[in-house]
Design a protein around this ligand. Structure first.
Ligand code: SF4
Length: 376
């Protein structure tokens, strides 16, 4: 957040409160095992690990159903790539629950329930589905919705943070809508009272809401409560909902991060091998890629000295911002030298290559240790 990488959020307040008050919360993300993990995946992994370190219950889903349906990946490849993602996460210090979608029966049941709250016009509007889109695509989407809600059925309802790239906001909004639709009640703070409205609650549940708050008045489909704070009503109503077989979901929260550009200047993508650095890439290949990376340098050395470089347009500077330089003062010094024209891009690339090689050496060792403990 400090470095302007995590730039947005939805409903993060409930996560911040949970961290502050040490109350339960979940953190979840997912990875589609359609290729080897690379540096571009590190951001979201670090966000998950950070939230676990702040007290969150960690969850990671390997979206093998999606990789199989959307990328035509064989189940065996899904399994192998998935293990690599998990090794990365454990190497970073992740602790918590991990699963492959295809092996999680409760997740599939939850996806079916969620599917009852989504129609094709929504999928068309969000994902551009057409009449030709196969049903497995729709199934992959709804399974991801279920993934986000899964920690709340696996443990207990609690605020859930989903760190994602900024392009995933439509999916988060869809999931937030489904979580809301699966609740029995809507709770609204009105002028001087709290209104608990039934969406699909059995009458006995509405009756229990009335009984829980002395002086509450029950009407057709809603109960009005005076003298109780909205937060306290929410807690009690969730308990009643759960006792009557409801889900009691908290609406999930999200953070949004920008993307680290690829070394070729555009998007970091497995389909452009020069744009990415995989964790198991040989050292010589890593150095070559970094040395060939697009920089924000000027056309000539003379111009560079006179005008300085343009770090914000430089894929290597951003690689340092995202992952390679943890010390803010050291990063500020790289920026200052670049802007002042005090360093050549050649030297700067060599320094960055050194950092990447050192990072990867250490990270691979940790991944190898972690890989031995992963069973799929
Ligand atoms: Fe990028 Fe370094 Fe060149 Fe500045 S000096 S543009 S940070 S490579």
């Amino acid at each position: 957040m400090r470095r302007g990488i995590v730039v947005g959020q939805r409903d993060y307040r409930q996560i911040a409160s949970a961290i502050k008050n040490r109350s339960p919360f979940h953190v979840l993300t997912g990875f589609m095992p359609s290729g080897h993990p690379h540096l571009g995946h590190l951001m979201v992994m670090k966000e998950v690990v950070w939230h676990v370190q702040q007290g969150g219950n960690g969850y990671v889903t390997i979206a093998d159903r999606e990789a199989h349906a959307v990328r035509d990946m064989s189940w065996e490849n899904c399994r192998n790539y998935g293990k690599e993602y998990l090794a990365c996460l454990y190497a970073l210090g992740f602790a918590g629950t991990t699963y492959f979608q295809s092996k999680n029966e409760r997740l599939k049941d939850l996806a079916f329930e969620a599917a009852m709250k989504v129609n094709f016009s929504e999928l068309t509007a969000i994902y551009g589905f057409t009449p030709e889109t196969d049903l497995a695509h729709a199934d992959a989407v709804i399974t991801q919705v279920a993934d986000i809600l899964y920690p709340q059925i696996d443990r207990a309802p609690a605020p859930t943070i989903v760190p994602v790239g900024i392009d995933q906001d439509p999916h988060i909004r869809l999931t937030r809508g489904v979580a809301h639709k699966l609740r029995m009640f809507t709770i609204e703070e009105r002028d001087g009272y709290v209104s608990v409205r039934s969406k699909n609650a059995p009458d006995a549940a509405l009756e229990d809401v009335k009984k829980a708050f002395p002086g509450a008045k029950k009407y057709e489909g809603h109960v009005d409560i005076r003298g109780a704070p909205c937060a306290a009503v929410s807690v009690k109503v969730r308990e009643i909902e759960l006792a009557h077989g409801g889900w009691g979901f908290f609406t999930p929260s999200s953070t949004y991060h920008i993307f680290m550009p690829g070394l070729t200047g555009g998007k970091m993508s497995s389909s452009i091998p020069e744009s990415i650095i995989s964790f198991y890439e040989p050292e010589a290949a890593v150095r070559k890629k970094v040395m060939s990376g697009i920089t924000g340098g000027r056309m000539t050395l003379e111009e560079q000295k006179k005008l300085g470089g343009e770090p914000d347009k430089c894929s290597l500077y951003l690689l340092n911002v995202f992952h390679m330089v943890t010390d803010d003062a050291a990063l500020a010094e790289i920026r200052r030298k670049c802007l002042a024209g005090e360093i050549t891009c050649g030297q700067c690339k060599k320094d960055t290559a050194e950092r990447v090689v050192t990072f990867l050496k250490d990270f691979r060792e940790k991944m190898d240790v972690a890989a031995e403990t992963i069973e799929v």
